[in-house]
Design a protein around this ligand. Structure first.
Ligand SMILES: C[S@@+](CC[C@H](N)C(=O)[O-])C[C@H]1O[C@@H](n2cnc3c(N)ncnc32)[C@H](O)[C@@H]1O
Length: 422
């Protein structure tokens, strides 16, 4: 494979080999909707999240019973873990972003009547103007994110929440605050970061917080107790340091190899929630994330065990192209290396006949689409799994500019489910 045309033939051949097919009934399940209505799942919009319905559907589709251990190496806001808990399954998840890990934990714990009574009892503090409210944060854009009086109200809430003695109630209140930050700020999440809102509804911090707390209370009151998942705030590549075995099914979505930095998207929550204390601290955390973006650690040397004919050809082709950053081929190389590493660890920790379901979107660089779904299927095979299905859930919309550049490769800008079986 040396020219662009030969990739087309190779992609088509691999699709035929894996029996890739489209099922657009998954279209709305590979994303979390901003207007999600399901209890608990609706608390917070996690941009990279998928729908609870996808996880429930997969457990059903693959006949997973409630005895199976469910695993999510990229737990995000805890969708897989919450569905597993509600289905009566034990579950374990890793999440590198401390904000995601915190929210996932709060969403999946059991709460007593006392915890919830104290939640209901919480009173909104008084708003007092503060001197130098912006100075507390090293985050440079804090003044753009929040008008002064909004940040003062956020601070007043933080201070009062910190004084709540009951840890579980405190964490729920803190989750309520984190959940409204984007809504009350001047920015919204979009693509690879934050974008200034064109229409700013100028919502009141206290009103939004009150409504969110009521929603949380309503979702938790009278909820049956279940097995609380184990959530580890660490890189899933460190799975070997933890005692995890007998996985029945892993259901997850890794960060897509599209250069979007998940830490950038959650800047507001990470800083205001004090999950990061300085730019150095943030840099350190970013470097531990999967190499799906250019802020990850790209200096590591990786071997060749993950290379396939297709990946070799893609990397060679891209290194000859004029890309917007010359580190992109290296990033992709490390991405697939680390995914093979993870899949090999999962293979050895999965029960015979157990599954691994990967939800992933492809990306494009230069004039070429990168078929991450096919490449992850190849990594799965290298790790020892059989490729059971590759299902295309949707093809992403593209701009006319992108279409002109990619031509028929836009077809490969798709989001798919790759189902592997041991
Ligand atoms: C696509 S999101 C998962 C969303 C999740 N399925 C949900 O519904 O909320 C991928 C997640 O992987 C996390 N992540 C990135 N690198 C990681 C690593 N090495 N170990 C664990 N988590 C990581 C990111 O912070 C992000 O939250």
């Amino acid at each position: 494979m040396t020219d662009r045309e030969s990739f087309w033939t190779a992609y088509k051949e691999l699709d035929a080999r894996y029996g890739t097919y489209t099922d657009d009934s998954y279209e709305y399940q590979v994303h979390l909707s901003r207007t999600e209505r399901a209890p608990i799942h609706r608390w917070l919009y996690y941009q990279e999240g998928y729908s609870w319905a996808l996880v429930a559907r997969m457990l059903n589709h693959l006949n997973i019973n409630s005895k199976a251990l469910v695993f999510d190496p990229f737990a995000g806001s805890g969708t897989t873990l919450l569905v597993a808990k509600e289905a009566g399954n034990k579950s374990i998840g890793f999440e590198i972003n401390p904000f995601g890990a915190f929210v996932a934990r709060t969403k999946t714990l059991n709460y007593s009547d006392r915890d919830l009574k104290e939640l209901k009892k919480f009173e909104i503090p008084e708003w007092k103007p503060m001197t130098n409210v912006y100075d507390k944060y090293e985050l440079k854009i804090v003044g753009n994110l929040f008008d002064r009086h909004k940040l003062e109200k956020i601070e007043a809430l933080q201070e009062k929440i910190r004084r709540v003695e009951n840890e579980k109630t405190r964490d729920l209140l803190f989750t309520a605050l984190l959940s409204i930050l984007e809504n009350v700020s001047n920015y919204r999440k979009g693509g690879n970061g934050l974008k200034r809102k064109r229409v700013n509804r100028n919502l009141d911090v206290f009103m939004e917080f009150k409504t969110k707390t009521e929603q949380i209370y309503n979702d938790l009151v009278d909820r049956p107790l279940g097995t609380e998942p184990i959530i580890i705030n660490d890189s899933c590549l460190n799975i070997g340091e933890h005692n995890i075995d007998n996985i029945g099914i892993s259901i997850f979505s890794p960060p897509y190899a599209n250069c979007f930095d998940p830490f950038e998207v959650y800047k507001i929550e990470l800083w205001i929630g004090e999950f990061v204390s300085s730019y150095d601290d943030l840099r350190g955390k970013r470097r531990k994330a999967l190499a799906s973006n250019l802020n990850a650690d790209l200096k590591r040397e990786v071997g060749m065990a993950h290379r396939t004919e297709l990946l070799d050809a893609l990397l060679a082709f891209l290194s000859r192209e004029e890309l917007w950053d010359k580190r992109i081929p290296r990033m992709l190389d490390i991405y697939f290396h680390d995914m093979l590493d993870l899949l090999s660890s999962l293979y050895s920790r999965t029960k015979n006949n157990g599954f691994c379901v990967i939800v992933v979107g492809n990306s494009a660089y230069g004039k070429l689409a990168i078929p991450t779904d096919i490449l992850l299927a190849q990594m799965g095979e290298k790790a020892g799994f059989d490729v059971k299905e590759i299902t295309i859930a949707r093809t992403n919309e593209t701009s006319s500019q992108q279409h002109a550049k990619l031509g028929r490769y836009t077809e490969y800008l798709r989001e798919s489910l790759v189902v592997l079986q041991k």
